[in-house]
Design a protein around this ligand. Structure first.
Ligand SMILES: Cc1cc2nc3c(=O)[nH]c(=O)nc-3n(C[C@H](O)[C@H](O)[C@H](O)COP(=O)(O)OP(=O)(O)OC[C@H]3O[C@@H](n4cnc5c(N)ncnc54)[C@H](O)[C@@H]3O)c2cc1C
Length: 600
């Protein structure tokens, strides 16, 4: 494992929407020396798995007058009054966030949305269309009007292909299948990363004037999840280890419709297009929980409602832990046109033909609201006062800006990754053109990574050695059982103790594969270590937050408590001890959007 130092003006880790937008924009702004590292081929980034849509108040579609909240849609004829507005997109997002979202950032999200959707279109993105050729829109949970622009149920795939092509066109250099192990931060200045070329196993130090993370989410800390294998929160773990804080990590979104037992996503567009949720009594139970919005209430509420049905014995399936998602009334034509991927997924993974029968689903870990705290320019902040980590930027799911607060609305995340990826690109270009420098690297920056790898391969401890895979399996099981949709002090305290024990056991764990070339066993072990690192932050935040807000639902503290908890959690690493927690005010426009009770 030789070491070589590579230098770029800008290093971006992650080639999903956030990283690719940042790279393309930086290049368009005239800073050309950019290296993008991705542990998987860029087009396999999880952004490409997104199905349902990207939100923007472009006002192409409205409900047919007098047909109610689930009635048919029609295009808005030119000159007719519109149904959507920036104010409404902002309000829906704030309400969805249970008032924990920062309202200045949400205003930027909504207003940049329109522009970014048209920029995608002008770059050639293949959106689904209205009969007269405008971008079609569909309904989505928690949005008051049809706002989701989509490409059948391949939206993320289309967006990612588009932006990747453009990044290549602008000369961005991609390091495909490079695994980043460490972020180098010295005295609050970021000066590079340490990475492994997965093909050869060689460790390299990469120096840069600016580093940007678009490393995606952390849903793989849970057993049942929609997330790709790559979504192991490496970026948040690396930042935390380097002394950068993490924000609002306790807020993890559970999506209401993952395939039963597997977790694979059946997009919310299934309900957006009119699908029903049915319990074992054949009843559309959402009328008891959200009589107005029904199945299109926000995800936190629908997932909790499903879980209550399951817990009270009204679930389906051999163990009663499923719910039926029924789309049979939508008809073959609509399903084949709007939901072709979902049709295939249900066929292949569940053996169910959704045109003819309901498909069993269950809530599944889906999205990470928390992450690396940034300002609205992607600049990472070092503390609650907002001091910057110089030269370090983040956007997309690994970041917390925070537009989603305690609960994200569907279709706002492809949007966030695009909008704040692009804004990071502008900020990075300005930073470099303003005279940013390469800072000297401290000592031997690759040492820590090399030691981690050598230890995992060291066989001298013989029988004492543990399997890294088994430790990962136990972690995911515990996180799902005790830090899932419903939480309480006892469960959280026990899972916190267990994670601490797993961290200790990990020190005796070893990989089976001792080779250097394409050692996926080693990569899985490094990822498991990252899961163990940030899981304690999720649990510590959840245990301390004695209220229920958005996706964080404490059965022992069932009410939202604005007097004590209308604030963001900031967690700093504290050696091997539990994180040090501090708090940051939420940015609220008290005149326009003061906190209200959240009802649907
Ligand atoms: C199944 C599914 C469906 C979804 N559907 C929608 C939807 O319809 N609408 C919506 O708005 N949102 C949706 N989301 C959420 C949305 O897709 C994501 O939040 C968003 O795409 C994240 O983009 P990103 O650029 O931040 O990260 P990602 O696209 O996840 O990319 C992360 C990148 O980081 C790289 N990386 C990570 N760690 C390392 C490392 N250690 N070294 C090197 N590279 C690394 C990866 O290789 C990858 O390139 C969905 C999510 C899922 C899981």
């Amino acid at each position: 494992m030789s070491t070589e130092t590579i230098t770029h003006d800008v290093i971006i880790v992650g080639a999903g929407l956030a990283g690719s937008w940042a790279a393309m924009t930086t290049s368009k702004e005239g800073v050309k020396d950019i290296g993008v590292l991705s542990k998987i081929h860029p087009l396999r980034s999880h952004s490409g798995a997104a199905q349902g849509g990207i939100a923007a108040a472009i006002n192409n579609i409205r409900p047919v007058a007098g047909t109610g909240p689930r009635g048919p849609l029609e295009q808005i004829p030119a000159g007719d009054p519109t149904v959507d507005s920036l104010e409404l997109h902002v309000f829906d997002t704030i309400k969805g966030s249970d008032w924990l979202g920062d309202q200045d950032a949400i205003e930027i999200l909504a207003s940049d949305a329109i522009d970014i959707v048209y920029e995608y279109e002008h770059m050639g993105c293949v959106f689904s269309r209205t009969p007269d050729g405008r971008i079609a829109q569909r309904r989505f949970g928690g949005h008051s009007v049809p706002r989701a622009c989509y490409a059948a149920d391949w939206t993320g795939h289309m967006l990612l292909q588009t932006i990747h092509e453009q990044a290549l066109r602008h000369g961005v250099h991609f390091y495909s299948e490079w695994y980043v192990l460490d972020l180098i931060v010295e005295e609050n200045i970021c000066c590079g990363v340490v990475a492994m070329d997965i093909l050869t196993g060689e460790i390299h130090t990469l120096r840069a004037k600016a580093v940007m993370f678009g490393t995606g989410g952390y849903g793989r800390a849970f057993k049942v999840t929609t997330n790709a294998h790559a979504n192991t929160g490496d970026g948040v773990a690396m930042a935390y280890n380097a002394g950068v804080p993490l924000m609002d990590m306790e807020f993890v979104q559970f999506h209401p419709t993952g395939l039963y037992r597997l977790g694979i996503l059946m997009t919310e567009a299934c309900r957006g297009e009119g699908g029903y949720l049915i319990n074992n009594k054949g009843s559309r139970f959402m009328e008891n929980y959200a009589p107005e919005k029904m199945e299109l209430a926000p995800r936190d509420l629908v997932s909790r409602s499903e879980q209550i049905e399951i817990n009270e014995g009204r679930g389906i399936g051999p163990d009663g832990k499923g719910i039926h998602l029924d789309m049979t009334h939508l008809g073959r034509e609509k399903i084949e046109e709007r939901l072709p991927q979902v049709l295939k997924i249900a066929q292949i993974f569940a053996g169910v033909d959704i045109i003819k029968e309901p498909v069993p689903i269950q809530p599944t870990a889906h999205y990470s609201m928390g992450g690396i705290p940034t300002d609205v320019h992607g600049q990472v902040i070092a503390d609650a006062e907002g001091n910057p980590v110089v030269g370090f930027y983040a956007a997309g799911e690994c970041a917390c800006v925070s537009v989603h607060g305690a609960n994200r609305l569907g279709t706002n995340s492809l949007l966030e990754a695009s909008v704040f990826g692009r804004r990071s690109g502008y900020a990075i270009a300005e930073f470099i053109k303003g005279g940013a420098e390469l800072h000297p690297l401290p000592g031997d920056p690759g040492k820590h990574s090399r030691q981690r790898i050598e230890r995992l391969m060291d066989d001298s401890i013989g029988d004492k050695r543990e399997s890294t895979a088994e430790i990962g399996r136990e972690l995911k099981e515990m996180m799902t059982n005790n830090c899932g949709i419903f939480r309480d002090a006892n469960g959280l305290q026990s899972v916190l103790n267990e994670v601490k024990q797993l961290q200790e056991r990990f020190q005796n764990s070893r990989v089976m594969d001792r080779s250097h070339r394409f050692n996926t066993d080693m990569q899985n072990a490094l990822e498991t270590e990252n899961l163990l690192t940030f899981s304690e932050v999720i649990i510590s935040g959840a245990l301390t937050r004695t209220e229920s807000r958005g996706a964080h639902s404490r059965t022992d503290f069932p009410k939202r408590d604005d007097d004590n908890w209308l604030k963001h959690t900031i967690a700093h690493k504290n050696g091997d001890e539990l994180p040090i927690l501090s708090y940051k005010d939420v940015n609220i426009n008290w005149e326009k959007n003061p906190p209200q009770e959240r009802k649907y």
